[in-house]
Design a protein around this ligand. Structure first.
Ligand code: SAM
Length: 468
């Protein structure tokens, strides 16, 4: 049976809720609304309807909140990238800081913890060092496009981003503010060249087509890497398109390409081929250099990563004689950033390639006091591991969004290091874990950092010290 659609009309939006949603109350029921801003009056189409709360999407805005500003990107509203452009950056920061304060109280049940003012980004556009675009034979068409398109007219393919929640539809992006203008030149000239040469765009349903993805890495060092991903190995055409791009964008320092004939877009099990340059780029964080290969993970906002790591450094306040465990270390960047101040750094991550990069980065920076291990933290971090590598003075944890595994929390309580510095990309799971750790630790302070302007994502660093 088809469920009846519920449309709530003329709803005054009163507040901000977590994860970029706004909040309203209708007949005592809390409604979480996507696409609204406190102060708006909107019609909301419910997408979930529970007894005490509901979720919905804005259908129409009757009156605009005075908080709103005009979004700067022409793709706003369809693209899932910078959904908060309708709010001034200062307001976004205010809401993010408020969210941290709320969850620490509500989920962490730690009302007295000091939440420091959020550290906003100096640059709220052009802040990403990595962008990934997809070619698709299926272009996303808005209602207006559909109305103007002739009945039998083919809308053409697209090169851009996925429409949120629609895996086979791509928005044809003509401008993107997330990376320096060079990203627009690369993407738009590739599209022009592809159309002129009648190259096929990838068809994700039938799994055929020549052009698949373009991944751009642009570092603060000025090094620029492009990875072109093709659906088949037509060397002559690959050479032609690569040479075209190198001529068009002389700033490219290395160009690699990858042949992907798999059903999915992941590249971790494929070997990129270097067409031009050294096949990797080098990024700088503080005084340290990091080699970024086409498949390496690296923080996508270099400037704010530096801000974040400086907070970690400040919270760890190392004297030089400490053994520091960097759990969920990725490519070892936090440990390396702290290495000059510690006696020893021991990093652990479950991804083997990340650990290989971490070791290479330690060598690149002539750091001999850091060692890195591949494995699941809950398996590797046992008594033997801690006794063979030395008593933990400081433990840094930087888990994925799910937060810390309860077994790891148990282990952290058992080894009782003097300090824990908890870096998180999900303030809700962080607050939950802080509550559990507060059994034995005092949560001294929390520093929110904004790594992703115009999105609702928040990074936050908590300092915990062992109860006396
Ligand atoms: C948020 S990233 C941290 C990256 C790194 N600290 C940095 O600043 O670049 C989370 C990391 O946790 C790792 N990871 C996820 N689950 C894990 C587990 N169970 N054991 C070890 N590492 C894990 C991922 O591979 C990823 O590198």
């Amino acid at each position: 049976m088809k469920r009846k659609k519920i449309l709530l009309q003329n709803v005054p939006v009163t507040g901000y809720a977590a994860e970029g949603k706004a909040l309203a109350k209708v007949e005592g029921k809390v409604i979480f609304i996507e696409g609204a801003v406190p102060g708006d009056v909107v019609d909301v189409l419910l997408t979930r309807n529970k007894k005490d709360w509901a979720e919905g999407r804005v259908q129409q805005i009757h009156s605009f909140s005075p908080e709103r500003v005009v979004p700067f990107c022409i793709h706003f509203g369809i693209c899932g990238g910078c959904k908060w452009q309708m709010l001034p950056y200062e307001k976004q920061l205010e809401y993010k800081e408020q969210e941290v304060r709320d969850v620490v109280k509500r989920i962490g049940k730690l009302p007295d913890v000091t939440v420091l003012p959020i550290l906003g980004a100096e640059k709220d556009i052009y802040y990403r060092n990595k962008l990934e675009f997809t070619f698709s034979n299926k272009k996303y068409l808005s209602k207006k496009d559909l109305e103007t398109l002739g009945k039998d007219e083919w809308p053409g393919g697209a090169l851009g981003y996925h429409v949120p929640k629609l895996y086979d539809k791509i928005i044809d992006i003509t401008e993107c503010w997330l990376m320096d203008e060079v990203n627009n030149i690369i993407r738009n000239s590739l599209r022009e060249f592809a159309e002129k040469n009648k190259y096929s765009y990838y068809n994700i349903k039938e799994h055929k087509g020549f052009l698949r993805n373009v991944i751009i890495r642009y570092c603060t060092t000025g090094e620029l890497m492009v990875n072109l991903v093709f659906g088949n190995e037509d060397r002559k055409e690959i050479e032609k398109i690569s040479n075209f791009l190198l001529e068009k964008v002389p700033a490219i320092t290395t160009l690699v390409y990858t042949i992907n004939q798999k059903w999915n877009d992941s590249l971790h099990d494929l070997e990129p081929i270097t067409f031009f340059g050294k096949g990797f780029v080098t990024e700088k964080l503080g005084e340290f250099n990091f080699k970024i290969s086409p498949k390496s993970f690296f923080q996508t906002n270099t400037k704010q990563a530096e801000v974040l790591y400086n907070v970690v450094k400040d919270f760890a306040s190392l004297k030089g004689n400490e053994t520091v465990y960097d759990l969920y270390c990725g490519t070892g960047s936090i440990g390396i950033f702290l290495s000059k101040k510690a006696k020893e750094i021991i990093g652990v991550d479950v991804i083997e390639e990340a650990i290989m990069d971490a070791k290479e980065n330690a060598d690149l920076n002539h750091i001999s006091s850091a060692s890195f291990y591949t494995g699941d933290v809950i398996e590797i971090c046992n008594d033997k591991f801690f006794s063979s590598h030395g008593t933990a003075d400081v433990v840094i944890v930087d888990p994925p969004r799910a937060g810390l595994h309860p077994k790891l929390i148990g282990k952290l309580l058992e080894i009782a290091s003097g300090k824990i510095v908890y870096v998180s990309c999900n303030v809700a799971t962080q607050a939950r874990d802080l509550q559990l750790l507060s059994e034995q630790y005092v949560v001294e302070k929390i520093q929110p950092v904004d790594m992703f302007p115009h999105t609702h994502h928040i990074e936050s660093v908590a300092l915990l010290s062992l109860k006396k």
